[in-house]
Ligand binder design. Sequence first.
Ligand code: GDP
Length: 613
Amino acid sequence: MQAPSVGGVMLPRGNGETIRLSRGASLTDFAEKINANPASLVAVMMNLGEMVTATQSVSDETLQLLAEEMNYKVQIVSPEEEDRELLESFDLEFGEDEGSEEDLVVRPPVVTVMGHVDHGKTRLLDAIRKTNVIAGEAGGITQHIGAYQVTTEVNDEERKITFIDTPGHEAFTAMRARGAKSTDIAILVVAANDGVMPQTVEALNHAKAADVPIVVAVNKIDVEGADPQKVRGQLTEYGLVAEEYGGDTMFVDISAKQGLHIDELLEAVILTADASLDLRANPKQAAQGIAIESRLDRGRGAVATVLVQRGTLRVGDTMVVGDAYGRVRAMLDDSGNNVSEAGPSTPVQVLGLTNVPGAGDNFIVVPEDRTARQIAEKRAARERNAAFAKRTRRVSLEDLDKVLKAGEVQQLNLIIKGDASGSVEALESSLLQLDVGEEVDIRVLHRGVGAVTESDIDLAMGSDAIVIGFNVRAAGRAQQMAEREGVDVRYYSVIYQAIEEIEAALKGMLKPEYEEVELGTAEIREVFKSSKLGNIAGVIIRSGEVRRNTKARLIRDGKVVAENLTIEGLRRFKDDVTEIREGFEGGINLGNFNDIKVDDIIATYEMREKPRA
Ligand code: GDP
């Protein structure tokens, strides 16, 4: 049996029923679901040895623990599930083609180009675009909209391929982190004169994690010293075995600069798609897909490039994209031409949305404007809550010890950025030498020279990593992004300081320290008995201010006689108020705690995190 009360606060008690909570919910959210006072849940948490405020988002584990303590069960609902339920409530479903087998027709593969920096991803995307027949005859101004489509002839058949025009796995991963599957096939670009490099491995791991087949483009074969066979050998170690060696990965030697063998590469993409994927979609249903990129145009408003994944998108359709919605006013293709419809695997720029969606947001065409608006608003509200929640959910050096103990992480993931490759390497190797006991591993996910970028933050978000900036700072919007997403970014200019801090964090010595801060004191001048609320203290505030929902203790003749109380009710005359300042009178209700006497002092306080020296 659990104690019926903690510090004078009644524990809400359930009958084993299941409460559904969104990931990152706060104690207040929990309290709402079980009709309890948030302060009482804060008290329970304190009793369990954790300091959490009522509105702070807490981990899944904490919610489970709390629920168990009060004899409830919790079911944590992921954002994806929540969104599915939201759409379901409007009788909508994202992600599945409607109809039967006969309704499906072949659609072009969607390709992302990945690989190590400077291996020629951008150059390759340009080269493919230049050899592209469609752009050549379109006559429109070729423009970057985030994706484009090309045609290639395979076995006397015209076949289309859609390219995502943002090279690198960062965008791909950012989208995937949001549950969006944008890519069917990855082209892994490896420079033949440089061979397999860290980001090559990273990219292929990202593609593998997403279960996306890879075609290898061995680039820069025009360069002296290029060794395409060596690349094949190197990649064997990572499970990519070339067809000519008995594997099932197609390797094509190219020169993006000289436009060599680009057609062969396109053919390899089609052959790989035909061999390992069944790319079909129903073009007849209401359109669905994802947003690839978007921006706010001064003249035209929100401009978003979307990739249609199934169905056909038409001008005049009402769509909801993430938390943006609107009626499609106009559509432009990748050559800047107006188009009236776009079928599966076609990227189009859409005008007419209320605001700018995020890359990776899914879109869905709905029958009514009202539906689109309601879905968008619900998502926006959820987004706000989630943004708030995120701030506290990710791993930071301070809470590392706690999450390690809770088994939430077994390794500390780091991203190291520095001013010079020498210092980055030095820092990395010293960090990897840290010996901090058996349970924890340090893993450096990414290292590089230069400022901390948005892509670093993205990677950190996706893998709960901590970012270290050595003699560099965050560039552009990276800092804001880190703050918004709750990614811990640490800056150092002395190597040993970085090492010391990481070591301390791993040993659990960087725990946040809390200190008690007195908020106010109230002297009891009268005690009123209320049949509904128990005893109410008629008080005058002697110092500071007394706020509702803060912690309090009761002092009688200079001695503390009760701890861990909560100012549950606060009134001035007949009105409920949130605070009363020094010199004013009012009424205080301490919840179930009734043992109060005239001349007692109610001292209120809160716990604040102590700034570290
Ligand atoms: P990314 O960082 O992977 O996008 O690489 P870029 O496309 O920016 O290419 C990096 C550098 O390599 C540029 O100077 C390109 O001109 C050059 N480059 C790309 N492809 C080739 C190639 O096939 N041959 C040669 N010689 N240089 C190339």
